[in-house]
Design a protein around this ligand. Structure first.
Ligand SMILES: *Cc1c(COP(=O)(O)O)cnc(C)c1O
Ligand code: SF4
Length: 363
């Protein structure tokens, strides 16, 4: 269970206080838990490689008595990250799909625009570890303007996903400016935010932020809960504020070994999200990314896991299990459609029966 509540600073729920008091060293981590030897070695060996940063809020959800705590494993370095010979720095070839700095285009009509290289904390399985927290990937205002110019002269782009890093780490003023610029481009129909802050720093979602975002509608937002223990009152309040501002909130999780790769945990996550009115959208297969071998689950087992939910919970509580590739996302679906037999198609139903549906071919 979560850490014994230490006396908290009166500014605990001020997001800027949380940002200034983030855990960046083993000594600071010890205020929350005693690292295992594997964690200590991980912190030491990886100190130059992939930033170790945790918000006090998220750290307070860690279980100091359990080295396998699903919160702890997402953010505390571990020596297992050092041994992953198969892992790649950029498994999606994002660098090669970038027409202008930090814009990734794999689809004709939509882009991922990495507006910020910073997050509130760094997830050990982050797909963008090559860039998050690395100063060379920061976007100066002039570079943001260059990317906006590229969008302006690319009329096919109708959907812009602001991601990173995390766009909500920006100040309200900077985000307001950026959204205003995008809104001024007639062919940009929707703007989406990809942000983990409702999970890792829910206090960022202030009334003022939501009012500002609502001035730039249509805004959609996808966040990133991975485990039911992340569904706290604070996180629920953040999602409720966004929803009341008219922003549809979806969730994109990652299938992580020992964290959410069993049916009961995934069900609790998805049903808990739906209870907060957050729609599970995607669950990603963990990429062949450097330092993440200990997190990866074989795809066949992932397919079985989501099949086990079908028919046993609300249909909209089940996310689409997907694999991201250098060509875009592809669904990893159980093949319910078995094929045609004469004038019928044969399908498997959720409870494992075969059903023959009369289905004459095109005349
Ligand atoms: C995921 C992603 C998108 C958005 O894809 P949807 O399936 O529409 O959610 C757009 N561009 C890139 C590069 C992406 O990775
Ligand atoms: S919040 Fe997202 S972008 Fe940031 S470190 Fe975690 S997974 Fe990576």
């Amino acid at each position: 269970m979560a850490a014994e509540a230490a006396p908290r600073d009166p500014r605990w729920s001020d997001w800027t206080w949380q940002m200034r008091h983030r855990i960046r060293s083993e000594a600071q981590l010890r205020e929350f838990l005693e690292p295992t030897p594997e964690e200590s070695q991980g912190i030491e060996r990886l100190s130059q490689h992939f930033h170790f940063v945790i918000t006090p809020y998220y750290a307070s959800l860690m279980d100091p008595g359990d080295p396998n705590c699903p919160i702890r494993r997402q953010v505390v370095p571990h020596i297992a990250e050092v041994a992953d010979p198969a892992g790649l720095a950029d498994p999606l070839g994002e660098v090669g799909h970038s027409p202008v700095k930090n814009v990734i285009r794999v689809y004709p009509d939509r882009i991922a625009f990495c507006v910020n290289n910073e997050c509130a904390l760094y997830c050990r399985f982050c797909l963008r570890k090559r860039m998050v927290g690395e100063p060379e990937w920061a976007m100066k205002k002039r570079e943001l303007s260059l990317a906006l110019d590229w969008i302006r002269r690319t009329p096919e782009i109708r959907d812009v996903l602001l991601t990173g890093g995390d766009p909500l780490v920006f100040s309200d003023e900077r985000l307001d400016w950026l959204l205003g610029e995008l809104r001024g481009i007639p062919h940009v129909e929707i703007v989406r935010l990809g942000t983990r802050l409702p999970v890792t720093l829910p206090f960022r979602v202030t009334e003022a932020l939501c009012e500002m975002l609502a001035r730039h509608h249509p805004i959609w937002l996808n966040t990133h809960f991975n485990h039911p223990r992340e569904l706290t009152g604070e996180a629920a309040l953040a999602c409720d504020r966004l929803l009341r501002a008219g922003i549809p909130v979806g969730n994109q999780s990652v299938l992580l070994r020992g964290i959410n790769d069993d049916v009961e945990t995934m069900r609790a996550l998805c049903e808990g999200l739906v209870a907060m009115r957050v729609r599970p959208y995607y669950c990603y297969q963990a990429q062949l990314l450097e330092g993440t071998a200990h997190f990866r689950v074989p795809i066949e087992r992932g397919v079985e896991l989501f099949k086990a939910l079908r028919g046993r919970t609300s249909g909209f509580a089940i996310p689409l299990y997907v694999l991201d590739t250098p060509h875009g996302k592809t669904p990893l679906s159980y093949p319910y459609l078995r094929g045609r037999e004469g004038e019928e198609v044969v399908v498997e139903t959720w409870d494992g029966k075969l059903w023959r549906e009369p289905n004459p071919p095109e005349p």
